[in-house]
Design a protein around this ligand. Structure first.
Ligand code: SF4
Length: 161
């Protein structure tokens, strides 16, 4: 059975850096969940980070592919290099997606892990830029289509479930 990897915070799990969730309420997501097709996952927790934690951003001008290739770091708001945890969490996302037959992913926008078209600037100044996160890059490299919450109607059209 094909499934959907979903950011755990969208499913109501309080795993964000600030200890909150970012719950997404949508009829399609509710149906997929009831049908057992949702696989919730938080790559930052899986990678070894805790809740709460400092917010983190990919260095300015880089994206998730650059982090996976070792060209860029993920740095938290106190200046600590947390790249290793982000890369480890992204690798675990691929393993889980393959193990649970996830063909698509629905991930929280602008996260340095889960963002699919936007990231924060890397200057910890609250501004956004185009880009995508480390887990999104890893999943895409494994052939898994990644969608943002704003694209859930398009995702539903892709999934004939
Ligand atoms: Fe949500 Fe992804 Fe951040 Fe975890 S890493 S809190 S799943 S956006």
């Amino acid at each position: 059975m094909s499934r959907l990897l979903v950011s755990a915070c969208l499913m109501g799990q309080m795993v964000r850096y600030d200890g909150r969730a970012k719950i997404l309420i949508h009829k399609s997501l509710a149906r997929w969940s009831a049908d057992g097709r949702v696989v919730p996952f938080c790559p930052e927790l899986a990678g070894g980070l805790s809740v709460p934690r400092q917010s983190a951003e990919i260095e300015p001008g880089y994206d998730g592919n650059d982090v996976l290739a070792g060209r860029a770091k993920v740095v938290d708001s106190e200046g600590a290099d947390v790249t290793e945890a982000f890369v480890f969490g992204a690798r675990l996302a691929i393993d889980l997606a393959r193990d649970r037959d996830c063909t698509h992913a629905l991930l929280t926008e602008a996260s340095p892990s889960c963002g699919s078209s936007q990231l924060y600037s890397g200057h910890h100044d609250g501004t956004r830029r185009d880009g995508f996160g480390v887990t999104t890059a890893a999943l895409r490299s494994a052939g898994i289509d990644v969608f943002a919450p704003s694209q859930i109607e398009s995702l539903a059209a892709h999934c004939a479930w």
